[in-house]
Design a protein around this ligand. Structure first.
Ligand code: ZN
Length: 311
């Protein structure tokens, strides 16, 4: 069931940058997004239409959308949490309105100050705003594999949210391991349970590497034929409401793994590695991406060159 080709949605400019302390100017974000779209990536999460007081890094969502080059074949996404955000996103002509909801009340209240129930009503309002516009709804279920405050999440609750998002005709619904609580077995269990009820609804994975299981969890998804993945350039990111969270799985490390396994991504890995270096420079801190440090597995090294001693 392992796919021959997958689609990677780059979430670094939004999910990644939103927790960075250094506020990047809009021009730098635009430069990052234009560089990312030049690598062959066809899905890019550009910004979030949320209140600027809550997420100051995303206050320039309109300016960033207006400044980027819209490359044909690339879908540009904006995160939205309520009807007001959806109106802004539609006005900015976003291709994909990304919206979602956390399975657990505790997490949802911290994240968007709504209970899961209120969040589900907000989803209905967002869908109503998007209806008949060029913007389509892409769904996400946060803390789908566990909540740091409530522990394991009941699968029935995941089903309930999935049913609502599927009802909006979401082309793909991402299950998010927001705080890195999934493992390959729970990924398999959850996807199989959803597929048993919704055999035709595409399911994607949004994984974090909080406990080092990011790529192992991605592999579990690949073995089940999952073709939609979200990841972040350089491994940028984390979550302001997840204790000690580290970033998303790293885009270039994941592309490297896929290519080594013979799975196509349509992405130019060398170009992507250059964008990772650019991103690291822009945020001014070392990023966790590993291939940008070690080089690709298929690179051959010069025996005569000085090298590290290996014990
Ligand atoms: Zn995330």
């Amino acid at each position: 069931m392992r796919p021959q080709k997958i689609t990677i949605s780059e979430v670094g400019p939004r999910d990644g940058l939103q927790i960075e302390r250094r506020l990047l100017p809009a021009e730098q974000k635009i430069a990052l997004i234009d560089r990312l779209s030049a690598t062959g990536l066809t899905r890019i999460e550009v910004s979030a239409f949320v209140h600027p007081k809550v997420v100051p890094q995303m206050a320039d969502a309109e300016a960033v959308f207006a400044g980027i080059m819209r490359r044909p074949g690339v879908r540009y996404a904006g995160l939205v949490m309520n009807a007001r955000g959806a109106e802004r996103a539609v006005a900015a002509s976003v291709d994909d309105i990304k919206t979602g909801i956390a399975v657990s009340d505790s997490f949802n209240e911290l994240n968007v100050r709504m209970t899961t129930e209120q969040g589900m009503r907000a989803l209905g309002e967002i869908a109503a705003v998007a209806k008949g516009t060029r913007s389509r709804i892409v769904g996400g279920i946060a803390t789908a594999f566990g909540c740091p405050y409530e522990g394991p999440v009941p699968i029935e609750q995941v089903h309930r949210l999935f049913a609502q998002l599927a009802g909006f005709g979401a082309p793909v619904i991402y299950l998010a391991d927001t705080t890195g609580m999934a493992n390959p077995a729970s990924i398999t269990r959850t996807i199989e349970s959803l597929r048993a009820r919704w055999p035709n609804q595409p399911i994607g994975l949004h994984l974090h590497n909080t406990r080092g299981l990011g790529l192992a969890n991605a592999l579990a998804g690949l073995e089940l034929g999952v073709v939609d993945f979200e990841s972040s350039i350089g491994g940028l990111g984390g979550c302001p409401f997840a204790p000690r969270a580290v970033g998303n799985i790293c885009t270039e490390d994941f592309v490297h793994m896929a290519h080594e396994m013979g799975i196509g991504t349509g992405v130019d890995l060398d170009a992507l590695l250059r964008v990772a270096a650019f991103t690291q420079e822009a945020v001014g801190r070392p990023l966790p991406g590993m291939v940008m440090k070690a080089g690709k597995a298929n690179e051959r090294h010069d025996k005569a060159a000085p090298r590290m001693k290996v014990d």
